[in-house]
Design a protein around this ligand. Structure first.
Ligand code: SF4
Length: 373
């Protein structure tokens, strides 16, 4: 296992620290093995900087030395905030188009949840109550599982992979704990908590938020274009980002105030301040989505729309006999689907796919004849 080269100290000028990160990336890339790299890419500032530095490092190598495959992997929950989803699409497209002319060993991939495990199929098909802090069923199904599947496929093919994450200790106090919890002092690579054969590498962990912006603002992405749209998104969103999540330890910030580039459907947060800020900044077409999200949060608390029994048929009590209601009733699920389709009509872009609607109908049939799972 490689150990970190002597890092430029936190007091060193920023260009020296970036040069030290590039040196370390090059050293790691040239290790005598062929484990592919997987860059967890969310389109946010941190993973954008990470991908940029990896590209710059590769471009500085002679083409014959660019031998190890590098995957740029983004996860799409299928309910991403539309502004972020559009930005991510555009950047991934630019990256994909730059690979051949730049002669880089890069593959761009996008992971999505199984059709059976999307937000709508669980909420409307199975009747899971809109996610809350107490029952946050979405992160595993929509973020961790799809990315983990991709990583496992690469581990199966190559024996071992190195996952590069753009997480930083300075991002938030909560994240700092998870960043360091499984990090052995001095080790550059650390085993993933649950994915066997996956090593985690956090090249920009020591940079501050200001430094990340400083580098991005003073440079252009190697895949072309500029970082202007990214800057605008952050200015408008007034929030943090929702990085690619591969592990529950990293997930506490998903759906919290400190991580507001999440799903537009997120009912874990009290108010979707990021979407509200986008609306204020001129994205009025997002208003119907905000209204639907607020309604989904509201009806979670309405026991008339919830079945008294859980999906396994049991009654669930807490404390002194307080009944915790089960899934949304079939009537409530139908009501949500109608409202979702009306909202889709209103905004003019797809919010739910036909495959999801089919999966929902199959679950309804199974539930109405008592064979639901
Ligand atoms: S952003 Fe919210 S809805 Fe999306 S996965 Fe995270 S907690 Fe769930």
């Amino acid at each position: 296992m490689t150990t970190s080269a002597l890092p430029a100290t936190a007091e060193a000028p920023l260009d020296e620290r970036i040069a030290a990160i590039l040196d370390e990336l090059r050293d790691e890339y040239r290790q005598p093995h062929d484990s592919p790299w997987i860059i967890g890419f969310s389109g946010g500032k941190d993973s954008t900087l990470l991908a940029q530095l990896v590209f710059e490092m590769l471009l500085a190598l002679p083409p014959r030395q660019r031998v190890r495959p590098v995957h740029v992997v983004a996860n799409d929950t299928l309910v991403e905030s539309p502004v972020i989803a559009r930005h991510l699409d555009a950047v991934l497209d630019r990256i994909a188009r730059s690979i051949e002319p730049l002669r880089l060993p890069v593959t761009v991939a996008r992971t999505v949840p199984d059709v059976d495990q999307t937000f709508w199929v669980n909420l409307i098909g199975r009747g899971y109550p809109s996610p809350s802090r107490m029952f946050r069923w979405c992160t595993d199904r929509m973020k961790i599982a799809p990315t983990s599947r991709y990583i496992r496929e690469q581990v199966d093919a190559a024996g071992r992979v190195i996952m590069l994450l753009g997480v930083r200790a300075a991002e938030s106090a909560q994240r700092a704990v998870s960043v360091f919890r499984y990090q052995n002092a001095g080790e550059r690579l650390n085993p993933h908590n649950t994915l066997h054969g996956c090593m985690i590498y956090k090249p920009i962990v020591d940079l501050t938020t200001e430094e990340v912006w400083q580098v991005l603002l003073q440079s252009a992405p190697p895949w072309g274009g500029s970082h202007r749209e990214l800057v605008t998104i952050y200015r408008n969103a007034a929030g943090g980002e929702c990085p690619l999540v591969t592990d529950r330890e990293e997930a506490p910030s998903c759906g919290t105030k400190s991580s507001r580039f999440g799903c537009w459907t997120c009912t874990v947060v009290e108010k979707d301040r990021s979407a509200e800020a986008f609306v204020d900044a001129g994205h009025e077409n997002l208003e119907p989505l905000l209204a639907l999200r607020d309604w989904l949060k509201e009806i979670r608390e309405d026991n008339r729309r919830r079945s008294p029994r859980r999906r396994n048929g049991q009654l669930n009590f807490v404390g002194e006999g307080r009944l915790i209601p089960g899934p949304f009733t079939l009537d409530a699920r139908r009501e949500i689907l109608v409202r979702l389709l009306e909202t889709q009509e209103e905004v003019g872009f797809q919010l739910i796919s036909l495959e999801e609607i089919e999966a929902i109908h199959r679950l309804w049939v199974a539930d109405s004849i008592g064979t639901g799972a």
